[in-house]
Write a protein that binds this ligand. Structure first.
Ligand SMILES: [Zn+2]
Length: 335
């Protein structure tokens, strides 16, 4: 097995060449494996040799990125691609997000795209897989990026919503279309029980979540019922765009992103560090649980995370810093 870095990770296994998410557009790719439905990962998806989970397929159709059929692989199922065997496992990031296990020539490799190792109201934590090699996205891979306890963040959001309503304002959230919007809706459903109104795009994605078993309750903004709820002002608004709600009421806007830990979002009345990613501690704990002999970190804080993993006794390096070809050899006893 060999790993290349060409915009993303390419894994070569004898006669099979597997590309993951953002990897370069090579003609010799046997299969392009998409980890989840976020636009920065679901690239080149209208090619013929694409693989994704059934949930990712439905989400990409709903948001309009995918215009053709694609091969799908359920969590826990395997697929043979020439000399390589692929297994999809839950990544815990958004609906249908998966990590891929590659087995080839007696070695195993885990490609984990965006992962979350904590349970949320809408996702189950990623499960570790014991492998020889691991390619890990280092989005929040800096030691300073540690999120508060999720229940504490939920409780702050609930408090802010209650304060807005008490002051006669509609609390509104601009949130990522897939994942965060549904978590905020579920939070209001579970903790407050007041109506939620959503825009068209969020409603389309919610329908897919519901199709795969998540109960969500909301009103569509352009329906008569949705308009009536907005008119009363006793509701929460969730949208992927910050736009006017078109009611004669004051609106307070908030956003929810892990980057609230590091950056100020000046044009919002409130920001909450609610992330669908693992933070630094979560990434470290995932590697410890998978116990690979070597880790390649990629994207975000890849060099910093590699250093931190080395300090903890792992053989680790940033995939970007080792060129376009990496033979997957390791020194015995190093890890
Ligand atoms: Zn993502």
């Amino acid at each position: 097995m060999r790993v290349y870095h060409e915009g993303g990770a390419l894994v070569a296994c004898k006669d099979a060449m597997l590309a993951f998410d953002k990897a370069g557009d090579r003609l010799d790719v046997s299969l392009r494996c998409i980890t989840h439905a976020h636009a920065d990962h679901a690239v080149m998806i209208n090619e013929s040799n694409i693989l994704m989970s059934p949930e990712t397929y439905e989400l990409l159709r709903a948001v309009g990125y995918l215009r053709r059929s694609a091969r799908t692989l359920e969590f826990g199922k395997t697929l043979d691609v020439k000399s390589a065997r692929l297994t999809a496992v839950n990544a815990g990031h958004i609906l249908g997000s998966c990590q891929y296990v590659v087995e080839c020539d007696g070695s195993t490799l885990l490609f984990s795209g965006d992962i979350n190792v904590y349970n949320t109201l809408v996702t189950k934590a990623a499960k570790p897989v014991n492998v020889d090699f691991m390619i890990l996205e280092a989005t929040y891979g800096d030691p300073s990026l540690v999120f508060p306890d999720r229940e504490a963040i939920y409780s702050k959001i609930v408090k802010w919503i209650c304060e807005c309503l008490k002051d006669g304002n509609i609390p509104a959230f601009k949130a990522y279309l897939v994942g965060k919007s549904q978590e905020l809706i579920k939070l209001v459903n579970e903790y407050l029980g007041i109506p939620v109104v959503v825009n068209d795009a969020v409603a389309r994605v919610c329908e897919v979540y519901k199709k795969f078993g998540l109960e969500l309750s909301y009103f569509h903004k352009s329906t008569t019922a949705g308009k009536e709820v907005l008119r009363t002002g006793e509701c929460v608004y969730v949208s992927n765009h910050r736009s006017d709600i078109l009611v004669d009421r004051k609106v307070k806007w908030a956003t929810a992103t892990g980057w609230a830990l590091r950056y100020r979002f000046e044009f919002y009345d409130a920001t909450f560090p609610l992330s669908s990613h693992a933070d630094f501690k979560g990434l470290i704990s995932h590697v410890e649980a998978c116990a690979p002999k070597r880790v390649y970190t990629t994207h975000g804080y890849s060099k910093r995370l590699a250093k931190e993993l080395e300090r903890r006794g792992f053989a680790a390096m940033a995939l970007e810093s080792v060129g376009t070809f990496v033979p997957l050899a390791y020194e015995e006893g190093r890890a």
